[in-house]
Design a protein around this ligand. Structure first.
Ligand code: CUK
Ligand code: CUA
Length: 766
């Protein structure tokens, strides 16, 4: 297999470079035919060879992209651009049971705004946890712009674990940005509003409306944000935009830019010029510089007061303690990006064709000398542009965001109006290359681009419009992520990926080998709180128990049955179902759905999930497993029987189906004996090879052994019934025995195939 792929690849590359002559005529002709038929150029083939990933292949990087209005996070691979997962974050997602099982409902509940459930989010900026400025692959944060919230996703299982609500803001955009050791996660406000929930007229905008930046404390061990140790800088109502944390020499500081420092409040319906006119009057806005390290010390020393139960540093205190400065920045900027070595900050003005490069050394000098050109209306010192600027570079119309290359001084800036990427040198201040994008690029993202050691290699352009790039699917178009090769001097566009979920804002990419996701949970695990579930149920211990008026059903799922198979309750009872997936096998997930209830549970191996509801109407409610988990998946079913109040049982209500005889029993046993022979031969093959050297095979063997154990138990029951002459039950149990054998054989054969394809060698048979 491997050899073949290599051959195809070298053939493609050979052709692309015009060196096809030495390869076999048949293959060459067919490749050329395909090129001709599909209208592909050699450049296309080269791009294909750089992204195509053969079956079973893995990607070098994983991207975690904001899902925009979907309130989710999208995970895909680079260079293949294959989508791997949508992670439900602020929005319920049925496939994962997110927002359907009791455990994940608790997570979404944390995100309530003033007591109201919010079932969506506007996700913009994901960020990884870092250790000394490098991505450590442990957690991911993402913000919600519409309702100022930050979510924590655990990369051990790619699940959302926590949502925190900003105690002051009414929107937030400048999050999530992480300090170099994940001490804090920055979240800046966007649209200024009163810090309280009260009504305040717009006439009091300048005095009572406020912006701000919150530093959320992160506990690396617990993997949770700590609201009681977090603090917020009160800032003027300047529409703070994006943020970035300092590193190296700028470690301990945070940078947040802003637009509409005019403090204009619109009012087109009252005959006033609209927001967009009033918010772009001045030639500059303000970059806010905050000292989080010193602020944290003040908090620890008890010198910061709590407002609404949360630490808040008023502007006056921040100025007095020298924690807060302003620097002019280009008009209506979007994005502030600190260089990997922490010495420079780049800000681009959407309404300016320049990117401005600030020197941290100069800024620090001005701070030390207390050299300020003025104070803003709130008393915050303003450092003069000339005392902060390293250089200005004309990069194109409407520059937005900047990403750093692995090569020193090299950066890429997204140019929104001109729809292109400009590659330039921020040390020398010169443009190096430009590449056209389809269309209207927003963010762009390089591999590990926010870390202290970016990898370069690829750039992804996250575009606002796809227009004519894909097959039309109605007025709402998919979005377009474009993959660009930046390994050479010239950028090369490789791939267009339509994303049909939400507007892409930012994304982050991490080396895939830094992630170590689990394949199963510890048995009986509550994945949302990361502890053993109090409802964990072991095989054979399934039970129903009424506690404080709630009927708790402790159930299990394993191929191919749900235990219990029949649940009987009385009309009006509150029922709490708890299911534990007893599987050990990789990817053996079961689902659970029931008629008339809005629920789908995803029960991954080891997980325990719950679903609580009121059985308010008498009736018959079939339930079933929603994942095609085995050949007998359709039979993975059951009934919830909700009896009318005061219903009198007429005795045995089970109906007997088909009647079985001794002949039926013997026929089934014959089949089982034959199946066992197949299993034995597969086992013989596996044990005569070095299967222990292959982890996936070891897992399969474990799983198969477990299933075979179940087969043995069923066999014994069948034989006991047969001995008593009860061929009805004997035949049914013999059938169950065979079911387990089939599952065993299935896994054994998968293991055998794996060994054959991965070069297992024969060893001494034991
Ligand atoms: S944003 Cu959307 S393109 Cu929210 Cu960072 Cu710039
Ligand atoms: Cu379990 Cu289908």
């Amino acid at each position: 297999m491997k050899v073949n792929n290599k051959r195809t690849l070298s053939l493609m590359l050979g052709l692309a470079m015009g060196l096809g002559a030495s390869t076999s005529a048949y293959s060459q002709a067919s490749l050329e035919d395909v090129m001709k038929a599909r209208g592909l150029t050699q450049k296309d083939l080269l791009a294909a060879a750089k992204t195509y990933t053969p079956t079973g292949g893995r990607d070098e990087y994983l991207v975690f992209a904001s899902g925009g209005q979907s309130g989710q996070v999208i995970v895909y691979g680079i260079p293949s651009m294959r989508i791997l997962k949508y992670i439900g974050v602020f929005t319920p997602e049925p496939w994962q049971g997110y927002g359907f099982d009791d455990e994940s409902k608790e997570v979404l509940k944390q995100g309530r705004i003033q007591g109201k459930d919010i079932t969506w989010g506007d996700t913009h900026h994901p960020a990884f946890t870092e250790t000394e400025g490098d991505y450590n692959g442990k957690y991911l944060f993402i913000n919600d712009k519409a309702n100022p919230r930050i979510a924590v996703i655990d990369l051990h299982d790619f699940e959302t674990k926590q949502i925190v609500v900003n105690p002051f803001f009414k929107s937030s955009h400048g999050g999530a940005f992480v300090t170099p050791n994940s001490e804090y996660v920055m979240e800046a406000a966007q649209y200024a509003a009163p810090f309280s929930a009260d009504f305040v007229p717009l006439s009091e905008f300048n005095d009572k409306y406020r912006g701000g930046v919150t530093y959320w404390k992160f506990d690396d061990k617990k993997g949770r944000l700590q609201p009681d140790q977090s603090f917020t800088f009160e800032l003027p109502p300047y529409s703070q935009d994006l943020s970035d944390a300092g590193k190296g020499p700028s470690y301990g500081w945070g940078f947040t830019n802003s637009f509409c420092s005019e403090r204009y409040v619109g009012g087109i319906e009252k005959g006033r010029p609209p927001f967009e006119a009033g918010c772009s009057q001045k030639d500059t806005d303000f970059l806010h510089i905050t000292n989080w390290k010193k602020a944290a010390e003040l908090v620890a020393a008890g010198k910061v007061e709590k407002v609404n139960g949360s630490y808040m540093i008023p502007i006056a205190q921040a100025v007095k303690e020298e924690l807060l400065y302003l620097v002019p920045e280009p008009k209506s900027p979007h994005g502030v990006d600190v260089s990997p070595d922490g010495t420079h900050m780049i800000v681009s003005g959407k309404l300016d064709s320049h990117a401005w490069v600030y020197s941290w050394e100069k800024i620090q000098k001005a701070m030390a000398a207390k050299k300020f050109e003025a104070k803003d209306p709130y008393g915050i010192p303003i450092i003069a542009l000339k005392d902060a600027l390293h250089t200005q570079v004309a990069v194109g119309l409407g520059p937005l965001h900047t990403q750093y290359d692995s090569k020193k001084c090299t950066v890429y800036t997204s140019i929104y109006v001109d729809s292109m990427v400009t590659k330039w040198d921020y040390c020398e201040g010169k443009v190096l290359d430009q590449l056209h994008i389809h269309y209207n690029i927003g963010h762009l993202m390089a591999m590990e681009g926010d870390s202290v050691s970016p990898d370069g290699k690829y750039l992804v352009s996250l575009n606002k419009l796809a227009i004519d790039r894909f097959n039309p699917v109605g007025p709402l178009h998919p979005q377009n992520h474009q993959l660009i090769d930046i390994s050479g001097d010239k950028m090369q566009l490789l791939y267009d990926m339509p994303l049909p979920l939400g507007e892409p804002h930012y994304a982050v990419a991490i080396k895939a080998d830094k992630l170590k996701p689990a394949v199963r949970y510890k048995s009986g695990w509550n994945s949302r709180t990361d502890e053993r579930s109090i409802y964990r149920t072991r095989a054979g211990r399934e039970k129903t128990e009424k506690v404080d008026g709630v009927t708790h059903v402790y159930g299990t799922v394993i191929r191919s049955h749900i235990t219990p198979e029949i649940i009987e309750v009385e009309e009006g009872e509150t029922v709490s179902l708890h299911f534990t997936n007893l599987e050990r096998a990789e990817d053996e997930v079961h689902g659970f759905a029931i008629y008339g209830q809005s629920v789908n549970l995803s029960i991954e191996p080891g997980k325990t999930v719950s679903y609580t509801f009121t059985a308010d109407k008498a009736g018959v409610y079939p339930y079933y497993c929603t994942e095609f988990c085995s050949a007998l998946h359709l039979e993975m079913q059951g009934y919830l029987l909700v009896k009318p109040k005061g219903y009198q049982s007429k005795g045995d209500e089970m109906v007997e189906g088909q009647q079985y005889t001794k002949a039926d029993y013997e026929k089934q046993v014959k089949t089982n004996v034959e199946t066992q022979a197949v299993i034995d031969s597969v086992v013989g093959f596996i044990t005569s090879h070095n299967f222990k050297d292959f982890a996936p095979v070891v897992a399969l063997v474990e799983d198969a052994t477990e299933q075979l154990g179940f087969a043995g138990e069923a066999k014994k029951k069948a034989e006991d019934f047969a001995a008593k002459g009860d061929y009805q039950n004997a035949t049914l149990w013999a059938g169950q025995w065979w079911q387990y054998q089939v599952k065993t054989a299935d896994m054994g054969l998968r293991a055998k195939t794996y060994l054959e394809q991965n070069g297992a060698v024969k060893v001494q048979a034991k």
